[in-house]
Design a protein around this ligand. Structure first.
Ligand code: F3S
Ligand code: F3S
Length: 105
């Protein structure tokens, strides 16, 4: 799957959301998160992000590689909702993201 990394944190442009054919990009508190169980690897989200926050999992810069596990663990915790627009914002973040100082200010 694709992964949203650090450049989204405290930015949340959301251009990506409208591109996803399976509606699997969910809004957390400080960032958006792609559900890896629902992403079909279409790649439509990646080029539209103005901050270049989205990467295919194998292409994540090393310092942001942990965002892949953070997203996987997050959805293991909150569940798979089968559609972000119907569910609405999740209202929280993975612990590692929640602990970050303000980003991209
Ligand atoms: Fe974030 Fe980029 Fe989407 S900033 S909300 S990943 S368009
Ligand atoms: Fe959607 Fe992006 Fe995956 S558009 S299907 S989250 S690659």
């Amino acid at each position: 799957p694709y992964v949203v990394a650090q450049p989204c944190v405290d930015v949340k442009d959301k251009a990506c959301v409208d591109e996803c054919p399976v509606d699997c990009i969910y809004e957390g508190d400080r960032s958006l998160y792609i559900n890896p169980n629902e992403c079909v690897d279409c790649g439509a989200c990646e080029p539209v992000c103005p901050t270049e926050a989205i990467f295919y999992e194998d292409d994540l810069p090393e310092e942001w590689a942990w965002y892949k596990d953070a997203a996987a663990n997050f959805f293991a915790e909150v569940g798979d909702f089968g559609g972000a627009s119907a569910h609405g914002p999740i209202g929280k973040d993975p612990a590692q993201v929640a602990a970050l100082p303000p980003q991209n200010q």
